[in-house]
Design a protein around this ligand. Structure first.
Ligand code: F6P
Length: 475
Protein backbone atom coordinates (compact mmCIF):
# COMPACT_ATOMS: atom_id res chain seq x y z
CA UNK A 1 0.00 0.00 0.00
CA UNK A 2 1.42 3.39 -1.02
CA UNK A 3 1.82 6.37 1.35
CA UNK A 4 1.78 10.15 0.90
CA UNK A 5 5.38 11.24 0.47
CA UNK A 6 7.17 11.82 -2.84
CA UNK A 7 10.54 11.86 -1.09
CA UNK A 8 11.40 9.54 1.78
CA UNK A 9 14.79 9.56 3.47
CA UNK A 10 15.68 6.42 5.39
CA UNK A 11 18.55 6.72 7.87
CA UNK A 12 19.55 4.83 10.99
CA UNK A 13 18.86 7.90 13.11
CA UNK A 14 16.19 10.58 12.98
CA UNK A 15 17.54 14.16 13.08
CA UNK A 16 16.60 14.23 16.77
CA UNK A 17 17.22 11.75 19.59
CA UNK A 18 14.76 10.99 22.37
CA UNK A 19 16.52 11.52 25.71
CA UNK A 20 15.35 11.09 29.29
CA UNK A 21 16.11 14.13 31.47
CA UNK A 22 17.23 13.92 35.11
CA UNK A 23 13.64 14.59 36.28
CA UNK A 24 12.35 11.60 34.26
CA UNK A 25 10.69 13.64 31.49
CA UNK A 26 11.59 12.94 27.86
CA UNK A 27 12.95 15.55 25.50
CA UNK A 28 14.35 15.66 21.95
CA UNK A 29 17.96 16.57 21.24
CA UNK A 30 19.80 16.98 17.92
CA UNK A 31 21.45 13.70 16.84
CA UNK A 32 25.25 13.55 16.53
CA UNK A 33 27.22 13.18 13.31
CA UNK A 34 27.74 14.49 9.82
CA UNK A 35 24.78 12.73 8.23
CA UNK A 36 22.28 14.83 10.19
CA UNK A 37 24.34 18.01 9.61
CA UNK A 38 24.05 17.44 5.86
CA UNK A 39 20.53 16.08 5.44
CA UNK A 40 18.61 18.25 7.89
CA UNK A 41 18.75 21.46 5.79
CA UNK A 42 17.87 19.48 2.67
CA UNK A 43 14.80 17.90 4.27
CA UNK A 44 13.71 21.22 5.80
CA UNK A 45 13.23 22.50 2.25
CA UNK A 46 11.45 19.38 0.96
CA UNK A 47 8.00 18.13 1.83
CA UNK A 48 9.28 14.66 2.57
CA UNK A 49 9.40 12.15 5.41
CA UNK A 50 12.43 10.93 7.37
CA UNK A 51 12.28 7.33 8.61
CA UNK A 52 14.76 6.55 11.39
CA UNK A 53 15.44 5.31 14.92
CA UNK A 54 14.74 7.65 17.82
CA UNK A 55 18.10 6.89 19.46
CA UNK A 56 16.98 4.89 22.50
CA UNK A 57 15.57 1.36 22.89
CA UNK A 58 11.85 0.72 23.20
CA UNK A 59 8.60 1.12 21.31
CA UNK A 60 8.66 3.86 18.69
CA UNK A 61 6.75 7.08 19.36
CA UNK A 62 4.05 8.16 16.90
CA UNK A 63 5.26 10.14 13.83
CA UNK A 64 5.91 13.79 14.69
CA UNK A 65 7.37 17.00 13.26
CA UNK A 66 10.75 18.25 14.51
CA UNK A 67 13.00 21.03 13.19
CA UNK A 68 10.66 21.38 10.20
CA UNK A 69 10.94 17.70 9.23
CA UNK A 70 8.28 14.93 9.30
CA UNK A 71 9.84 12.17 11.43
CA UNK A 72 8.65 8.55 11.27
CA UNK A 73 10.29 6.61 14.12
CA UNK A 74 11.44 2.98 14.01
CA UNK A 75 11.59 1.00 17.27
CA UNK A 76 14.63 -1.04 18.28
CA UNK A 77 14.63 -3.41 21.27
CA UNK A 78 17.49 -3.39 23.78
CA UNK A 79 18.88 -6.56 22.10
CA UNK A 80 18.64 -4.99 18.64
CA UNK A 81 20.53 -1.94 19.83
CA UNK A 82 23.26 -4.31 21.03
CA UNK A 83 23.31 -6.61 17.99
CA UNK A 84 22.30 -4.46 15.01
CA UNK A 85 23.57 -0.99 16.05
CA UNK A 86 26.49 -1.50 18.45
CA UNK A 87 27.27 -4.96 17.06
CA UNK A 88 27.05 -5.40 13.30
CA UNK A 89 26.95 -1.71 12.34
CA UNK A 90 29.63 -0.42 14.68
CA UNK A 91 31.59 -3.52 15.74
CA UNK A 92 31.76 -5.14 12.29
CA UNK A 93 31.08 -2.73 9.40
CA UNK A 94 32.48 0.49 10.88
CA UNK A 95 36.01 -0.84 11.52
CA UNK A 96 35.97 -2.97 8.33
CA UNK A 97 35.08 0.03 6.17
CA UNK A 98 37.66 2.24 7.93
CA UNK A 99 40.76 0.28 6.93
CA UNK A 100 40.50 -2.14 9.90
CA UNK A 101 42.05 0.48 12.24
CA UNK A 102 40.70 -1.85 14.93
CA UNK A 103 39.81 -5.48 14.27
CA UNK A 104 36.18 -6.07 13.19
CA UNK A 105 34.18 -8.75 15.04
CA UNK A 106 32.14 -11.21 12.99
CA UNK A 107 29.14 -12.75 14.75
CA UNK A 108 26.30 -14.57 13.03
CA UNK A 109 23.84 -13.36 15.67
CA UNK A 110 24.71 -9.74 14.88
CA UNK A 111 24.21 -10.37 11.17
CA UNK A 112 20.76 -11.93 11.74
CA UNK A 113 19.75 -8.89 13.74
CA UNK A 114 21.05 -6.58 10.98
CA UNK A 115 18.89 -8.41 8.41
CA UNK A 116 15.81 -8.24 10.67
CA UNK A 117 16.19 -4.54 11.44
CA UNK A 118 16.93 -3.61 7.81
CA UNK A 119 13.66 -5.33 6.87
CA UNK A 120 11.79 -3.20 9.40
CA UNK A 121 13.24 -0.01 7.93
CA UNK A 122 12.34 -1.17 4.40
CA UNK A 123 8.74 -1.98 5.39
CA UNK A 124 8.26 1.37 7.12
CA UNK A 125 9.72 3.27 4.16
CA UNK A 126 7.47 1.33 1.76
CA UNK A 127 4.41 2.44 3.79
CA UNK A 128 5.39 6.11 3.62
CA UNK A 129 6.34 6.40 -0.05
CA UNK A 130 3.75 7.58 -2.56
CA UNK A 131 3.31 5.81 -5.91
CA UNK A 132 6.62 6.13 -7.88
CA UNK A 133 8.18 8.18 -5.10
CA UNK A 134 11.90 8.57 -4.54
CA UNK A 135 13.36 6.81 -1.53
CA UNK A 136 16.86 7.78 -0.51
CA UNK A 137 18.50 5.26 1.81
CA UNK A 138 21.49 6.45 3.88
CA UNK A 139 24.66 4.80 5.08
CA UNK A 140 26.23 1.53 6.11
CA UNK A 141 23.67 0.59 8.75
CA UNK A 142 21.03 0.05 6.02
CA UNK A 143 22.79 -1.60 3.10
CA UNK A 144 20.13 -4.30 2.68
CA UNK A 145 17.24 -1.86 2.51
CA UNK A 146 17.47 -1.04 -1.24
CA UNK A 147 16.91 -4.65 -2.31
CA UNK A 148 14.20 -5.29 0.32
CA UNK A 149 12.44 -2.11 -0.76
CA UNK A 150 12.59 -3.04 -4.44
CA UNK A 151 10.92 -6.38 -3.65
CA UNK A 152 8.15 -4.61 -1.74
CA UNK A 153 7.73 -1.66 -4.10
CA UNK A 154 9.15 -2.09 -7.62
CA UNK A 155 7.58 1.23 -8.64
CA UNK A 156 9.96 3.30 -6.49
CA UNK A 157 13.09 5.15 -7.53
CA UNK A 158 15.68 4.01 -5.02
CA UNK A 159 18.93 5.81 -4.22
CA UNK A 160 21.56 4.83 -1.68
CA UNK A 161 24.33 7.04 -0.31
CA UNK A 162 27.26 5.71 1.71
CA UNK A 163 28.57 8.39 4.07
CA UNK A 164 31.66 6.41 5.06
CA UNK A 165 34.44 4.93 2.89
CA UNK A 166 33.86 1.78 0.86
CA UNK A 167 36.97 -0.36 1.39
CA UNK A 168 39.21 -2.00 -1.21
CA UNK A 169 38.04 -5.53 -2.08
CA UNK A 170 41.02 -7.11 -0.29
CA UNK A 171 39.56 -5.76 2.99
CA UNK A 172 35.85 -6.05 2.12
CA UNK A 173 36.44 -9.71 1.22
CA UNK A 174 36.83 -10.56 4.94
CA UNK A 175 33.11 -10.06 5.45
CA UNK A 176 31.35 -13.44 5.57
CA UNK A 177 28.19 -11.78 4.20
CA UNK A 178 29.87 -9.77 1.44
CA UNK A 179 27.72 -11.17 -1.37
CA UNK A 180 24.50 -10.39 0.52
CA UNK A 181 25.66 -6.80 1.14
CA UNK A 182 26.40 -6.32 -2.57
CA UNK A 183 22.97 -7.76 -3.44
CA UNK A 184 21.36 -5.41 -0.94
CA UNK A 185 23.02 -2.32 -2.40
CA UNK A 186 22.27 -3.37 -5.97
CA UNK A 187 18.58 -3.04 -5.17
CA UNK A 188 19.17 0.70 -5.70
CA UNK A 189 19.12 2.46 -9.07
CA UNK A 190 21.99 4.72 -8.02
CA UNK A 191 24.60 3.99 -5.35
CA UNK A 192 26.47 7.14 -4.28
CA UNK A 193 29.81 7.44 -2.53
CA UNK A 194 31.94 10.26 -1.15
CA UNK A 195 35.02 9.72 -3.33
CA UNK A 196 35.63 8.34 -6.80
CA UNK A 197 37.91 5.74 -5.14
CA UNK A 198 34.97 4.45 -3.03
CA UNK A 199 32.78 4.04 -6.13
CA UNK A 200 35.63 2.21 -7.88
CA UNK A 201 36.10 -0.10 -4.86
CA UNK A 202 32.40 -0.94 -4.94
CA UNK A 203 32.35 -1.60 -8.68
CA UNK A 204 35.33 -3.91 -8.27
CA UNK A 205 33.64 -5.70 -5.36
CA UNK A 206 30.64 -6.37 -7.63
CA UNK A 207 32.97 -8.03 -10.13
CA UNK A 208 35.04 -9.96 -7.61
CA UNK A 209 32.39 -11.04 -5.08
CA UNK A 210 29.55 -11.65 -7.55
CA UNK A 211 31.19 -12.02 -10.96
CA UNK A 212 28.98 -9.24 -12.35
CA UNK A 213 29.82 -7.31 -15.50
CA UNK A 214 30.74 -3.94 -14.01
CA UNK A 215 32.79 -1.14 -15.45
CA UNK A 216 32.91 2.66 -15.45
CA UNK A 217 30.44 2.78 -12.58
CA UNK A 218 27.77 0.69 -14.37
CA UNK A 219 26.81 -2.73 -13.06
CA UNK A 220 24.58 -4.89 -15.25
CA UNK A 221 22.19 -7.38 -13.70
CA UNK A 222 21.40 -10.00 -16.34
CA UNK A 223 19.22 -11.88 -13.84
CA UNK A 224 16.94 -8.81 -13.78
CA UNK A 225 16.57 -8.38 -17.53
CA UNK A 226 19.78 -6.36 -17.83
CA UNK A 227 18.78 -3.68 -15.27
CA UNK A 228 21.73 -1.37 -14.78
CA UNK A 229 22.83 0.08 -11.45
CA UNK A 230 24.97 3.21 -11.46
CA UNK A 231 27.75 3.81 -8.92
CA UNK A 232 29.34 7.27 -8.72
CA UNK A 233 30.79 9.80 -6.31
CA UNK A 234 28.83 12.73 -4.85
CA UNK A 235 31.00 14.45 -2.22
CA UNK A 236 28.74 15.60 0.59
CA UNK A 237 28.81 19.12 2.01
CA UNK A 238 27.21 21.51 4.50
CA UNK A 239 24.83 24.46 4.52
CA UNK A 240 27.59 27.03 3.85
CA UNK A 241 25.36 30.11 3.89
CA UNK A 242 23.65 29.25 7.19
CA UNK A 243 26.92 28.69 9.05
CA UNK A 244 28.73 31.62 7.46
CA UNK A 245 25.82 33.90 8.43
CA UNK A 246 25.60 32.47 11.94
CA UNK A 247 29.32 33.09 12.47
CA UNK A 248 28.82 36.75 11.53
CA UNK A 249 26.19 37.42 14.18
CA UNK A 250 27.23 39.74 17.02
CA UNK A 251 26.43 37.05 19.59
CA UNK A 252 28.76 34.47 18.04
CA UNK A 253 31.56 36.99 17.49
CA UNK A 254 31.32 38.16 21.10
CA UNK A 255 31.32 34.56 22.33
CA UNK A 256 34.45 33.80 20.25
CA UNK A 257 36.26 36.74 21.88
CA UNK A 258 35.07 35.56 25.29
CA UNK A 259 36.40 32.03 24.64
CA UNK A 260 39.86 33.44 23.86
CA UNK A 261 39.74 35.55 27.02
CA UNK A 262 38.67 32.56 29.11
CA UNK A 263 41.58 30.57 27.69
CA UNK A 264 43.89 33.29 29.08
CA UNK A 265 44.41 35.13 25.78
CA UNK A 266 47.08 32.76 24.45
CA UNK A 267 48.90 33.73 21.28
CA UNK A 268 47.68 30.55 19.53
CA UNK A 269 44.45 28.61 19.91
CA UNK A 270 44.40 25.16 18.30
CA UNK A 271 41.13 23.28 17.96
CA UNK A 272 39.91 19.73 17.40
CA UNK A 273 36.21 18.85 17.21
CA UNK A 274 35.31 15.21 16.67
CA UNK A 275 33.01 12.44 17.75
CA UNK A 276 35.13 10.46 20.20
CA UNK A 277 35.98 7.80 17.61
CA UNK A 278 39.18 5.87 16.92
CA UNK A 279 39.00 6.83 13.24
CA UNK A 280 39.55 10.50 14.09
CA UNK A 281 43.23 10.29 15.08
CA UNK A 282 42.78 12.20 18.36
CA UNK A 283 45.73 10.47 20.12
CA UNK A 284 47.96 11.27 17.12
CA UNK A 285 47.26 15.00 17.29
CA UNK A 286 47.66 15.03 21.09
CA UNK A 287 50.99 13.28 20.77
CA UNK A 288 52.20 15.81 18.18
CA UNK A 289 51.11 18.69 20.43
CA UNK A 290 52.75 17.10 23.46
CA UNK A 291 56.05 16.69 21.62
CA UNK A 292 55.93 20.27 20.32
CA UNK A 293 55.58 21.49 23.90
CA UNK A 294 58.32 19.15 25.13
CA UNK A 295 60.70 20.22 22.32
CA UNK A 296 59.75 23.85 23.05
CA UNK A 297 58.94 24.35 19.39
CA UNK A 298 55.75 25.76 20.84
CA UNK A 299 55.86 27.47 24.23
CA UNK A 300 53.28 26.04 26.61
CA UNK A 301 52.46 29.55 27.86
CA UNK A 302 51.62 30.79 24.36
CA UNK A 303 49.33 28.01 23.08
CA UNK A 304 46.14 26.25 24.12
CA UNK A 305 44.63 23.21 22.47
CA UNK A 306 40.85 22.86 22.79
CA UNK A 307 39.68 19.32 22.06
CA UNK A 308 35.93 18.79 21.90
CA UNK A 309 35.21 15.05 21.91
CA UNK A 310 31.49 14.43 21.44
CA UNK A 311 30.38 11.26 23.28
CA UNK A 312 29.71 8.45 20.82
CA UNK A 313 28.82 4.71 20.89
CA UNK A 314 29.75 4.68 24.54
CA UNK A 315 29.02 1.00 25.18
CA UNK A 316 31.17 -0.34 22.32
CA UNK A 317 34.39 -1.78 23.74
CA UNK A 318 36.85 0.04 21.45
CA UNK A 319 35.20 3.39 22.26
CA UNK A 320 35.47 2.75 26.00
CA UNK A 321 39.18 1.99 25.49
CA UNK A 322 39.73 5.07 23.32
CA UNK A 323 38.17 7.34 25.93
CA UNK A 324 40.51 5.95 28.57
CA UNK A 325 43.52 6.38 26.28
CA UNK A 326 42.65 9.97 25.36
CA UNK A 327 42.01 10.92 28.97
CA UNK A 328 45.36 9.46 30.06
CA UNK A 329 47.21 11.44 27.37
CA UNK A 330 45.36 14.68 28.19
CA UNK A 331 46.12 14.17 31.90
CA UNK A 332 49.77 13.56 31.14
CA UNK A 333 50.11 16.67 28.94
CA UNK A 334 48.36 18.86 31.47
CA UNK A 335 50.31 17.38 34.38
CA UNK A 336 53.57 18.20 32.63
CA UNK A 337 52.85 21.45 30.80
CA UNK A 338 50.01 23.28 32.55
CA UNK A 339 50.46 25.90 35.26
CA UNK A 340 48.01 27.36 37.77
CA UNK A 341 47.45 30.22 35.33
CA UNK A 342 47.40 28.29 32.07
CA UNK A 343 46.10 24.93 30.92
CA UNK A 344 47.70 23.30 27.86
CA UNK A 345 44.78 21.08 26.76
CA UNK A 346 41.12 21.86 27.33
CA UNK A 347 39.37 18.52 26.88
CA UNK A 348 35.58 18.74 26.63
CA UNK A 349 33.62 15.49 26.52
CA UNK A 350 30.35 17.16 25.52
CA UNK A 351 28.28 18.05 22.53
CA UNK A 352 27.58 21.72 21.82
CA UNK A 353 24.92 23.64 19.93
CA UNK A 354 25.55 25.32 16.57
CA UNK A 355 26.22 28.77 18.08
CA UNK A 356 28.92 27.48 20.43
CA UNK A 357 30.54 25.47 17.64
CA UNK A 358 30.59 28.52 15.37
CA UNK A 359 32.21 30.56 18.17
CA UNK A 360 34.84 27.86 18.73
CA UNK A 361 35.67 27.82 15.01
CA UNK A 362 36.03 31.61 15.01
CA UNK A 363 38.25 31.54 18.09
CA UNK A 364 40.70 28.99 16.64
CA UNK A 365 43.87 29.98 14.78
CA UNK A 366 44.49 26.42 13.66
CA UNK A 367 41.96 23.64 13.13
CA UNK A 368 43.33 20.11 13.44
CA UNK A 369 41.56 17.37 11.46
CA UNK A 370 43.84 14.34 11.73
CA UNK A 371 41.50 11.43 10.93
CA UNK A 372 43.13 8.11 10.07
CA UNK A 373 40.28 7.45 7.66
CA UNK A 374 37.10 9.47 7.17
CA UNK A 375 34.40 9.32 4.49
CA UNK A 376 34.32 13.13 4.18
CA UNK A 377 34.81 15.01 7.50
CA UNK A 378 32.28 17.80 7.58
CA UNK A 379 34.00 19.53 10.52
CA UNK A 380 36.70 20.63 8.06
CA UNK A 381 34.02 22.19 5.85
CA UNK A 382 32.32 23.78 8.86
CA UNK A 383 35.54 25.45 9.97
CA UNK A 384 35.96 26.98 6.54
CA UNK A 385 32.34 28.15 6.39
CA UNK A 386 32.60 29.82 9.80
CA UNK A 387 35.77 31.78 8.85
CA UNK A 388 34.06 34.72 7.12
CA UNK A 389 37.02 36.79 8.38
CA UNK A 390 39.25 34.73 6.03
CA UNK A 391 41.59 33.91 8.88
CA UNK A 392 42.62 30.60 10.41
CA UNK A 393 44.52 27.64 8.98
CA UNK A 394 43.16 24.16 8.35
CA UNK A 395 45.48 21.19 8.95
CA UNK A 396 43.79 18.27 7.22
CA UNK A 397 44.50 14.56 7.02
CA UNK A 398 45.02 13.24 3.53
CA UNK A 399 42.89 10.23 4.56
CA UNK A 400 39.66 12.24 4.63
CA UNK A 401 37.30 12.61 1.67
CA UNK A 402 37.59 16.39 2.18
CA UNK A 403 41.29 16.22 1.21
CA UNK A 404 40.22 15.42 -2.39
CA UNK A 405 38.58 18.86 -2.59
CA UNK A 406 40.78 20.89 -0.25
CA UNK A 407 44.12 21.27 -2.01
CA UNK A 408 44.58 24.63 -0.22
CA UNK A 409 44.53 23.08 3.25
CA UNK A 410 47.80 21.93 4.84
CA UNK A 411 47.56 18.21 4.10
CA UNK A 412 49.17 15.75 6.53
CA UNK A 413 49.69 12.05 7.10
CA UNK A 414 48.64 11.76 10.77
CA UNK A 415 50.72 8.60 11.24
CA UNK A 416 53.84 10.66 10.52
CA UNK A 417 54.17 12.45 13.86
CA UNK A 418 57.25 14.43 12.78
CA UNK A 419 55.49 15.55 9.61
CA UNK A 420 52.41 16.46 11.63
CA UNK A 421 54.51 18.52 14.06
CA UNK A 422 56.20 20.40 11.23
CA UNK A 423 52.84 21.13 9.64
CA UNK A 424 51.37 22.42 12.90
CA UNK A 425 54.35 24.76 13.33
CA UNK A 426 53.96 25.91 9.73
CA UNK A 427 50.28 26.61 10.38
CA UNK A 428 51.04 28.57 13.55
CA UNK A 429 53.68 30.70 11.82
CA UNK A 430 51.85 31.22 8.51
CA UNK A 431 51.60 34.83 7.37
CA UNK A 432 48.09 36.33 7.43
CA UNK A 433 48.45 36.93 3.71
CA UNK A 434 49.05 33.27 2.86
CA UNK A 435 46.43 32.09 5.34
CA UNK A 436 43.91 34.51 3.79
CA UNK A 437 44.67 33.33 0.27
CA UNK A 438 44.22 29.68 1.25
CA UNK A 439 41.07 30.32 3.26
CA UNK A 440 39.45 32.28 0.43
CA UNK A 441 40.01 29.38 -1.97
CA UNK A 442 38.62 26.86 0.54
CA UNK A 443 35.56 29.01 1.21
CA UNK A 444 34.89 29.38 -2.51
CA UNK A 445 34.95 25.62 -2.90
CA UNK A 446 32.42 24.98 -0.10
CA UNK A 447 30.23 27.90 -1.13
CA UNK A 448 29.97 26.58 -4.68
CA UNK A 449 29.61 22.96 -3.60
CA UNK A 450 27.19 23.21 -0.70
CA UNK A 451 24.83 20.56 0.62
CA UNK A 452 21.93 21.74 -1.51
CA UNK A 453 24.01 21.17 -4.61
CA UNK A 454 25.02 17.73 -3.31
CA UNK A 455 21.40 16.69 -2.78
CA UNK A 456 20.16 18.16 -6.05
CA UNK A 457 22.96 16.53 -8.05
CA UNK A 458 22.32 13.14 -6.46
CA UNK A 459 18.54 13.29 -6.84
CA UNK A 460 18.77 14.48 -10.45
CA UNK A 461 21.19 11.69 -11.32
CA UNK A 462 18.81 9.24 -9.66
CA UNK A 463 15.79 10.49 -11.59
CA UNK A 464 17.70 10.42 -14.88
CA UNK A 465 18.95 6.91 -14.28
CA UNK A 466 15.82 5.39 -12.72
CA UNK A 467 13.63 7.12 -15.30
CA UNK A 468 15.28 5.10 -18.04
CA UNK A 469 14.53 1.71 -16.53
CA UNK A 470 10.96 1.50 -17.79
CA UNK A 471 8.97 1.48 -14.56
CA UNK A 472 5.80 1.70 -16.73
CA UNK A 473 5.87 -2.11 -16.82
CA UNK A 474 4.69 -2.30 -13.18
CA UNK A 475 1.37 -0.53 -13.88
O1 F6P B 1 28.28 8.64 8.51
C1 F6P B 1 28.73 8.63 9.77
C2 F6P B 1 27.75 8.21 10.85
O2 F6P B 1 27.86 6.90 11.18
C3 F6P B 1 26.30 8.45 10.56
O3 F6P B 1 25.63 7.41 9.92
C4 F6P B 1 25.80 8.66 11.93
O4 F6P B 1 24.61 9.32 11.96
C5 F6P B 1 26.93 9.44 12.59
O5 F6P B 1 28.07 8.94 12.00
C6 F6P B 1 26.97 9.34 14.10
O6 F6P B 1 27.08 8.02 14.53
P1 F6P B 1 26.00 7.36 15.47
O7 F6P B 1 24.66 7.50 14.81
O8 F6P B 1 26.42 5.93 15.62
O9 F6P B 1 26.04 8.11 16.76
Amino acid sequence: MAGDYDLVVVANRLPVDRVTEADGTTAWRRSPGGLVTALEPVMQREDGAWVGWAGSPGDPPEPFDAEGVRCVPIGLSETEVEEYYEGFSNGTLWPLYHDVIVAPDYHRRWWESYVRVNRRFAERAAEQAAERATVWVQDYQLQLVPQMLRELRPDLHIGFFNHIPFPPFEIFAQLPWRAAIIDGLLGADLVGFQRAADAANFTRACRRAKGLPARSGRIRLDAEGGREVRAASFPISIDFRALSDLAQTEGVKARAAEIRRDLGDPQFVLLGIDRLDYTKGIPHRLKAFEELLADEKVQASEAALVQVATPSRERVEQYVQLRQDVEVIVGRINGTHSTIAHRAVHYLHHSYDKEEMAALFLAADVMLVTALRDGMNLVAKEYVAARHDERGVLVLSEFTGAADEFGQALLVNPHDIDGLKETVVRALRMSPREAGRRMRALRRRVQEHDVQRWATTFLQALEEHAGTRGIESVD
